[in-house]
Design a protein around this ligand. Sequence first.
Ligand code: MN
Length: 499
Amino acid sequence: MIDLKDYEFWFITGSQHLYGREILDKVKEHSKKISKGIAGAVNMPVKIVSMPVLTTADAIINLCNEANSSKKCAGLIFWMHTFSPAKMWISGLKVLKKPILHLHTQFNRDIPWENIDMEFMNLNQSAHGGREFGHIVSRMGICRKVLAGYWQEQDLLDKLSVWIRASCAYQDSHELKIARFGDNMRDVAVTEGDKVEAQIKFGYSVNGYGLGDLVKSMARITEAETDGLVLLYEQQYELSDELQRTGGKRSSLREAAKIELGMRRFLEEGGFKAFTTTFENLYGLPQLPGLAVQRLMADGYGFGAEGDWKTAALVRAMKVMASGLNGGTSFMEDYTYHLEKKNMMVLGAHMLEVCPSIAGSRPSLEIHPLAIGGKADPVRLVFDTKTGNALNASIVDMGNRFRMIVNEVEVVEPPSELKRLPVARAVWVPKPDLSTAAAAWILAGGAHHTGFSQALSSEHLEDFAEMAGIEFLSINGKTLLNDFKKEIRWNDVYYYLRK
Ligand code: MN
C-alpha cells in the first residue's frame, strides 16, 4: 500500500557563470557523480533525480515552480559546489513549497596537502559557497535541514534517508483523507482540535461519516467474500477454540470479517488512508471493530480510537516514514503502570486496536467480552511486542499551535506471561526513566494516545515537525526535567511572538 519508490527527490547544484565553461563542466560532472552516489546508497528508499546546475535566477525560479507542481517531487536537495551569489536564489526560494535539505559537502573529501594549488581551491568552494546559500535561507526564515559532511559517509547518507522518509510522509499528508466513523468520545479534551488549522499545517482533510454509511458498505459483502477472508485468518493466526470451524463463536468471527471487508471497501472507495472509530457510536455494528482495525493498520492505514483524528494522521505519517524498515508501527496508549522502585515500567495497549506489525510472534485470534461499549464480544488479535528500542509520539493542539512530543523507550519482556490479559500489548521502560519521562510528558500536555514505532528514530519525527512548522519536544535519555520545563516556557514565548 505504501511504496516510497514512487517519490522523487531532486538533486540541485548551485554555481555561477563567473567561473567559465571549463569549470562549469567539471561542476556538472561532480554533481552527476554525487547524485548518482546518493541514488545508489544503501537503503535509499526513493528515486534521486539529477537536475541541471543552476546559474541564473530565471533557471532557479523555473525549477522551483516545477517542483511545486510535481506530484512526485517530495523534496529538494541543494548543494553549492562553488560560490553561487544568493540574491539570485531569492525569487525561487520565495515560491518553493517543498521541503528543502541543504547538503553541505565537497566533491573531494581530502585536501591534497602536498599538491594543493589555486586550481584545486577554486574548484572546491563548498566551504564558503554553502555559507552564502545558508545565509539567504536563514534570512528568509525558511525551514530546512542542513547536513554537513562527506557525501559518501554512511552516517550522513543515513541522516539524509531519515529526512527523505519524513518528506515522503509530509507529501503523503498533503494528499491524505481521514474518515471519522462517529465523532469524538464525549467530553474528552485531548482528542479534539482545530481541523481547519490542521489542514493548513499538514495538508490532510478530516471528515465525519455516519455509522449507517459503514453499515451500508458491510451489507454489500457476500458470503463468499467472507469465506475467503476467514480462510486467510486461519492461515495467518492461531485461532482460539471458540473461533474454530466447530467452535461456538464462529459466527462472531464471520461478523468480524464482514466488518473488515465493509470498512476496507468504504475506505478504498473514498480514497481514505486513515480513519477513526468511537465505541460510543456503534449503531448498526454487531461488535466493536477490533480485528478489522488491527489488520487495516497493518496494511498502512492510520488509526485513532475515540475519534482521535490527530493520532490517526500521525500513525499514517509514521507508517509512511517507516515503510520498508525493520520494526512495526501502531496506534498505542499508555494504559497502566508498574511502579516498583528501580523497576518502573509502562504497559501499553488499547481495548483492542494495536497493530500486529509490532508483534513479537504469530498473533492469536481470540474472542473475549469487553467491559465497555455494550455490544457483542469483539474478536481481536492478541500478542506481545518485540523487545528493543521504540518511541511514542503525540501531536496535541495547544490552542495557538500544534505540539509534537516524542519519548524514546525500550520495550522489555513482561516479567511474566500475561495469561489473563486478552489484548495486544507492549511493556516498555521510558527514557531517561519513568518518573522523569511521565512528568515531562504531562507538563507538555501530551496525549494518552500515541503513535508507537520500533522502526523510527526521534529524528524522523523532528524532521517531519519542522517541515510542518509545528513545535517539537523530545524526551530522551538526556532529558532533565529542569531544562525541559524551561524549554516549554521559552517555546510559549516563541510561538506567541511568531504569531
Ligand atoms: Mn483510547
